[in-house]
Ligand binder design. Structure first.
Ligand SMILES: *[C@@H]1O[C@H](CO)[C@@H](O)[C@H](O)[C@H]1NC(C)=O
Ligand SMILES: *[C@@H]1O[C@H](CO)[C@@H](O)[C@H](O)[C@H]1NC(C)=O
Ligand SMILES: *[C@@H]1O[C@H](CO)[C@@H](O)[C@H](O)[C@H]1NC(C)=O
Ligand SMILES: *[C@@H]1O[C@H](CO)[C@@H](O)[C@H](O)[C@H]1NC(C)=O
Length: 482
């Protein structure tokens, strides 16, 4: 009896691990000081993340993924859609250079090509409506011609705004009226290719844009009053949103099309609702929610999902909001932000990146003798913030409790570090000075950047461009060659 229950327990554990191990992560690279791709690949492997979704097809990134076994979704940025839509040859070149070569000579496990990224997002004003489908067709033809169409599937990651519900309930789901026919054309094509529908779902954005959004409904703890849809209860927004899509697909005759959750996550800074506590709660809640493989009310079974995101990106546009630069489960330098059990490591926690090379331990802060009412302060701070990253300042953020002097120092330092600690980057009208004492305070981290990464030929050019000392540069070039 005892043995039996232990065996059953073990089986349960194994099945849970095998379901959970499917978790993927988005790896974006809009950052001023990226970790070397080899370090990120090691980070993925040590954390048991088996699938990665990219937003382009950067050579260095794909090269680092060689022989890792990690499943890769490569991406085509929206600004390439029109050239790929208008030329089969361009699509063939793209597939040859960015897929075939990596698979055949590099052993990169490429499984998907994401054609565009949320191309029908309402804020794009229809810019990609005419090019997405032809680009999708051309890429698929190119994959067929390259003999890869069984192994590599095309898909189009869509924002959840491509569907809506006339009733507010999942059962009212259908594709947005202005793109309804186009969506059906694409869905039929995906179905014919044996490809999945990819959708990004963001309860955080709902909360961010609607202050009346019931907070608990964004999470997975079952604390929200459920929404009753013809006898089916929905306890969280993810399930309801997902099943709105399933209804939209069913209604149009594609009820069995596989769905991939291309992005799901919660930012940890940059807004009063973007904090460590909520981010942990959401991501852990999501992992537990999908770990049993029970799926959603309309789609029981394992859920194929990519967390958004792996690491913070300090060069992302903050037009959508200051939180944009804080989606990572790891900071820009590969430090876990909070305890998160993906079910994929022995320790049950996230493993930090190893061998990260930081610049010197020195910071740029406001000079003790400088006066707060100095007329140069405001322009200096806005100059620094404009070129650096001040998204951790503001109400409810990690550095939101700094005093005025702390605020100013934070801005100066952020600029100084992003200028790789150049002396002249800490000369704000006699208001600033360099210190060796870490000004970090509580949760507010005065960052030091990673040493600039110079890998391969591009890196070497970057080195010359950044006008490092010639000796340093030659040394780095030597390293790159070796
Ligand atoms: C391959 O992908 C990279 C990165 O997205 C892009 O810059 C390049 O133009 C692509 N190559 C071709 C031949 O289209
Ligand atoms: C979309 O249109 C709005 C209003 O006309 C404009 O402010 C915005 O810049 C446009 N966005 C794009 C991506 O063209
Ligand atoms: C800089 O400020 C210090 C005191 O804060 C002052 O003694 C010095 O003259 C100032 N230098 C310039 C160039 O304004
Ligand atoms: C610090 O900066 C933030 C964001 O710019 C601002 O909201 C806050 O009021 C500032 N605090 C002080 C004490 O100046």
């Amino acid at each position: 009896m005892d043995l039996l229950s232990r065996v059953i327990g073990l089986l349960g554990l194994l099945s849970m691990v095998s379901v959970v191990s499917g978790i993927g992560a988005n790896w974006g690279t809009q950052t001023t000081h990226p970790l070397p791709p080899e370090t990120v690949v090691k980070l993925l492997r040590e954390n048991g993340i088996q699938k990665v979704k990219l937003f382009d097809a950067d050579y260095g990134t794909l090269n680092a993924l060689a022989k890792s076994g990690i499943e890769v979704m490569v991406g085509i940025p929206n600004d390439m859609l029109s050239s790929l839509a208008s030329s089969v040859k361009a699509a063939e070149r793209w597939v040859s250079k960015n897929v075939s070569t990596h698979i055949t000579s590099n052993n990169v496990n490429i499984r998907y090509v994401a054609v565009g990224n949320e191309p029908f997002l309402e804020t794009y004003n229809g810019s990609y409506l005419r090019t997405t489908y032809p680009a999708l067709q051309n890429i698929q033809s190119a994959l067929i011609k390259a003999g890869l169409s069984n192994q590599v599937k095309v898909t189009v990651p869509q924002n959840a705004d491509v569907y809506e519900s006339s009733t507010g309930l999942p059962s009212g789901g259908d594709f947005r009226t202005d793109i309804h026919d186009l969506m059906l054309t694409i869905v039929k094509f995906l179905s014919d290719c044996g490809s999945p529908f990819t959708v990004n779902i963001y309860p955080f954005i709902s909360l961010y844009t609607d202050s009346n959004f019931p907070v608990e409904y964004g999470f997975f703890d079952g604390n929200a009053s459920p929404i009753n849809d013809g006898g089916t209860n929905y306890y969280n927004m993810f399930d309801a949103n997902h099943d709105t899509l399933v209804h939209a697909l069913q209604k149009n005759g594609f009820g069995n099309l596989p769905i991939i959750i291309g992005e799901i996550g919660w930012p940890a800074d940059g807004d009063r609702n973007a904090n460590i506590e909520y981010a942990r709660r959401f991501n852990q809640g999501f992992m537990s929610h999908i770990s049993g493989g029970k799926g959603t009310p309309l789609r029981p079974g394992p859920i194929d999902a990519y967390l958004f995101s792996l690491i913070d990106e300090d060069a992302k546009s903050i037009d959508p909001g200051n939180f944009e630069r804080h989606w990572g489960i790891f900071t820009f330098d590969g430090i876990p932000k909070y305890a998160l059990n993906l079910g994929t490591t022995n320790s049950g926690t996230l493993i930090p990146a190893r061998n990260v090379h930081y610049q010197e331990r020195k910071w740029c802060v406001m000079r003790a003798s400088a006066l707060l009412d100095d007329a140069q302060i405001a322009p200096s701070v806005s100059y620094a913030c404009g070129l650096a990253d001040c998204t951790s300042l503001g109400y409810g953020t990690s550095c939101g409790n700094l005093d005025a002097k702390g605020n100013i120092s934070y801005a100066f330092n952020s600029y100084f570090q992003r200028q790789d600690q150049l002396d002249r980057a800490c000369k704000f009208s006699n208001l600033s000075t360099i210190t060796k004492t870490d000004p970090s305070f509580g949760n507010c981290r005065f960052e030091i950047m990673i040493e600039p990464y110079y890998g391969g030929v591009e890196g070497t050019l970057g080195c010359l461009h950044k006008s490092l000392g010639l000796a340093t540069c030659l040394f780095l070039i030597l390293l790159a060659i070796l």
